[in-house]
Design a protein around this ligand. Sequence first.
Ligand SMILES: Nc1ncnc2c1ncn2[C@@H]1O[C@H](COP(=O)(O)OP(=O)(O)OP(=O)(O)O)[C@@H](O)[C@H]1O
Ligand SMILES: [Mg+2]
Length: 241
Amino acid sequence: MHPQTTDHRPPGTVSAAPALSGRGLVKRYGNQHALAGVDIDIQPGEAVAIVGPSGSGKTSLLHVLAGILRADSGEILLAGTRIDQFSETKRSELRRTEFGFVFQSGMLVAELTAEENAALPLLLGGRSRGAALPAAREWLSRLGLSGKEQRRPGELSGGEAQRVAIARALAHRPKVIFADEPTGALDTRTGRDTMNALLDAAAETGAAVVIVTHDRELAESVPRTVAIRDGLIDTSAGVAR
Ligand SMILES: Nc1ncnc2c1ncn2[C@@H]1O[C@H](COP(=O)(O)OP(=O)(O)OP(=O)(O)O)[C@@H](O)[C@H]1O
Ligand SMILES: [Mg+2]
């Protein structure tokens, strides 16, 4: 008998805790409350879209959850373990090992090839080039980029560059992927394709995904939507849960 036959969590996950939780998160800039007390649970493998108007606190929430910004108060738990009190060194290690990031426009290293860009988190994590590059190439191929492994970012279209960024976010098999307006610089159709590529790839690895977007239409392709307004979860929109 296997005790976890109906468990949809990725292998190796032993705790029943959410992949990531924020509790009472407050972030202020001077008198401005970017986050005014946010509670959020993200389950292992779950995809969540954070939507809301410009300035509502979406990026602040993402950065606080990912440990890029320190909250003024509140707790953050990764698989049940408090991480908000970790030192900067420890948080930066967490970001490299447990988290993956996709930003609005790639942030690829211009001098590196597509496969080297995708392999970066593995190389930074101490893998040899001989191990890291084939793993990166495999992700590029799954994302439809076979034959473009040796191109530099300047030789790729916007959508292709975002798929390299997705490969880079996934290659080290993080527990949570954070994406801030990952399709913001793309046309509607490429944006939709890129969003689907991100969701499919994350589902393959069992990673949870937190996607910030102000595009309601794109958010509809994500199973769960959390609306944020003035730094608070907005339940009046009828989409938050
Ligand atoms: N570094 C900063 N210094 C001062 N105020 C900031 C800073 N970063 C964000 N803010 C303020 O905090 C609030 C929330 O900003 P945030 O970037 O989280 O919004 P957002 O929802 O991501 O907006 P957008 O859709 O425009 O990206 C805004 O009022 C913004 O002006
Ligand atoms: Mg933002």
